[in-house]
Design a protein around this ligand. Structure first.
Ligand SMILES: [Mg+2]
Length: 254
């Protein structure tokens, strides 16, 4: 069970500050396409899990077309379109378990299908070791599949504060919860600065809605700049460029 009540600020998986509370800024990372390159495997297993439960339904994998670009949001939309109601919690849990089973099978036969975005592991290690930046994770994916993908991509972020599709149907809610969990973890009421790093147009939109500075990562740079991103990095391999972008990035322009 990974549902969290609205307004909850603590999580059983997040211990209080283990690190002295000198960090005043938090970098919150998306997962797919930002820390780990798993989208092809991810999409195929997700679609198969949904179709195993809903039948051979028409399924648009252009996620930007869904009202909520999260695993829970996509499943909810497909239930509304094909069943005429929202899914029950046990139905979401069943699809989630099936999805993880399918990912596990691919991981065992083709572990090379899960790769880090170049530099992601080193960037996360450097930021976690710094006395300025806290690191958190906010993804529209489910928690069990997200943690599995991080481990397979060998990005050591499975134990940072995080929020997932299990926690909220909206990306805004997931990002805000990740922020609150990071603050709790580091023993602060709030951070002086938050920056979100993501790879997709919905990440830009979410940051504009929240008023958070945003850094784009990956190959969709033109789309991200068109969406208002002030900074886009091709990957996370240039630590100096990342640190500069973290200091300089602004809220996406409307
Ligand atoms: Mg992504």
């Amino acid at each position: 069970m990974c549902r969290v009540r609205s307004g909850e600020t603590r999580d059983e998986g997040v211990s209080p500050a283990w690190k002295s509370s000198t960090v005043t800024q938090v970098a919150i990372f998306d997962l797919d396409g930002t820390l780990a390159e798993t989208m092809n495997v991810d999409v195929r297993c997700f679609v198969e899990a949904i179709q195993a439960h809903l039948g051979d339904v028409e399924l648009d994998t252009e996620w930007n077309s869904y009202p909520y670009v999260t695993d829970t949001g996509v499943i909810t939309t497909l239930y509304e379109q094909n069943v005429g109601r929202r899914p029950h919690e046990h139905e979401i849990a069943s699809i989630r378990a099936d999805f993880v089973t399918r990912l596990t099978a691919v991981a065992e036969s083709r572990p090379e299908a899960f790769r880090e975005i170049p530099g992601a592991g080193a960037a996360v290690r450097s930021l976690r070791a710094s006395d300025r930046w806290a690191v958190a994770l906010a993804t529209g994916g489910f928690r069990p599949s997200a943690l599995m993908k991080l481990d397979l991509a060998q990005v050591a972020a499975h134990d940072v504060p995080g929020a997932f599709a299990c926690d909220d149907i909206t990306r805004e809610g997931i990002l805000e919860l990740a922020y609150r969990r990071a603050a709790t973890h580091h023993g602060v009421d709030a951070f002086d600065r938050v920056v979100y790093l993501g790879d997709a147009p919905w990440d830009v939109r979410t940051c504009r809605a929240l008023g958070w500075p945003f850094i784009g990562v990956g190959g969709r740079g033109d789309e991200l700049v068109a969406g208002g991103a002030s900074h886009v990095l091709p990957d996370l391999s240039d630590l100096d460029a990342l640190l500069s972008a973290l200091d300089e990035a602004t809220v996406p322009a409307a």
